[in-house]
Design a protein around this ligand. Structure first.
Ligand SMILES: NC(=O)c1ccc[n+]([C@@H]2O[C@H](COP(=O)([O-])OP(=O)(O)OC[C@H]3O[C@@H](n4cnc5c(N)ncnc54)[C@H](O)[C@@H]3O)[C@@H](O)[C@H]2O)c1
Length: 370
């Protein structure tokens, strides 16, 4: 994610001063590859640099809490990758610290910023009427083989939940944002298909290749879920469901939803993100191709190219960071249009009740007063 953030920032004219990797050599390699000024030698060096106004945390989840806390204490704005931290004790503390700091504190739920997701949001609030149900999935295949390995598989590095926290929270953040619905209770069934994986000895990378030339492996017990089915009850009577998996062969990054409402339905597929299906009961259905001239102002603002010119995953980071740096430029006053630490906290709360539901085989209500 580090290079992804750096590229997106360059596209909106934000100067990326430098980068910190997990070793001096990796910092320097990344600095040279990205054409940046500085390779930092430690996180303390980053925070001590007066030229740094904001930090982007693109490290494994276990580091988010400590790094975000130290950044706020050093007076730096923070854009933290999702999930915000490992548990709600941590996320609640970060929310409190962020509020007290008056700094910008965001969580990178970038998928909100596909222009047609913002159009779906406008349609939900202006045209669709009462929402009945919201259903969808987020499924991938990069952890299909028992030899696929990544730090996310370990609860000690990624948090107690994996598939739900890693990709399910993107879906839940998107759909609660689009519909304006708030989750009231969940019922979940989580499953780990490989209780033990064969970890390749040596370095592994996220979405890495799986060539097997003389590779040796070690057996590693797995304590996070490969799959989750989650039923959702929303305040006000709407209902929904989500399934997540990192083990569906051929589904590279299938992020999908369907919203059924009194005045129509909407469906979107993240692998065809420039098409929004509008379902009608009493007239022919429509397919809206992304075109700012046909979209609500609130959505068109986050589309940088005209109709027919596709916008995709890297653009969502650009738009998310635009919202974040516009807020900073405005002196951190007024409405914040980026995903906040509060939003990140809500998602970790949802992860915790989803885990509790799966363990107890019961519906669990969400306590939203924190
Ligand atoms: N928003 C999105 O769409 C999205 C997509 C993928 C990942 N993520 C999030 O981004 C974060 C990173 O995930 P990733 O897939 O890029 O992981 P990754 O393993 O590919 O990259 C993590 C990097 O952090 C470095 N690192 C580890 N410890 C460090 C330290 N102490 N100091 C500096 N660098 C250190 C590693 O060397 C590695 O280069 C996670 O929180 C993940 O959930 C978000």
């Amino acid at each position: 994610m580090g290079p992804t953030h750096a590229e997106a920032l360059a596209r909106i004219g934000i100067v990326v001063r430098g980068i910190l990797g997990s070793s001096a050599e990796k910092s320097e390699r990344a600095r040279a590859a990205l054409g940046l000024e500085k390779a930092y030698s430690s996180y303390d060096d980053v925070l001590a640099d007066p030229a740094v106004d904001a930090v982007h945390l693109c490290v494994p989840n276990v580091l988010h809490f400590d790094y975000a806390k130290r950044a706020l204490a050093a007076g730096k704005h923070v854009m933290c990758e999702k999930p915000l931290a490992m548990n709600t004790l941590e996320t609640q503390e970060l929310v409190t610290l962020a509020r007290a700091s008056k700094l910008a504190a965001g969580v990178c739920y970038n998928l909100r910023y596909y222009p047609l997701n913002l159009q779906a949001r406008a349609l939900c609030s202006e045209k669709l009427g009462r929402i009945f149900h919201v259903n969808g999935c987020y499924v991938q295949d990069w952890l299909l083989h028992d030899t696929d390995y990544n730090w996310r598989l370990n609860a000690s590095e990624s948090g107690a939940l994996r598939a739900v926290a890693d990709i399910g929270t993107h879906w839940m953040d998107m759909l609660t944002g689009i519909t304006g619905l708030e989750v009231e209770a969940v019922f979940a069934d989580l499953k780990t298909f490989y209780e033990t994986r064969r970890k390749p000895v040596g370095n592994t990378t996220t979405f890495g290749r799986t060539d097997d030339h003389g590779q040796t492996y070690e057996d590693v017990p797995i304590d996070t879920e490969d799959y989750g089915a989650v039923m959702l009850r929303f305040k006000g009577g709407a209902t929904g469901s989500l399934h997540v998996s990192q083990m569906v062969a051929g589904r590279k990054n299938a992020l999908r939803y369907e919203i059924a409402a009194a005045n129509g339905a909407l469906a979107w597929d993240g692998e065809q993100p420039n098409e929004l299906w509008l379902g009608h009961r009493d007239k022919p259905n429509e397919l809206l191709l992304k075109d700012p001239s046909l979209m609500a102002n609130s959505a068109a603002t986050y589309a940088s190219y005209p109709g027919g010119h596709s916008e995709g995953y890297p653009d969502t980071f650009k738009q998310c960071f635009r919202a974040f740096y516009d807020y900073i430029a405005a002196g951190c006053t007024g409405d914040a249009h980026f995903p906040s630490f509060e939003d990140g906290h809500k998602q970790v709360m949802l992860c915790e009740v989803i885990l509790e539901s799966s363990q107890t085989e019961k519906w669990i209500r969400l306590e939203t007063n924190s």
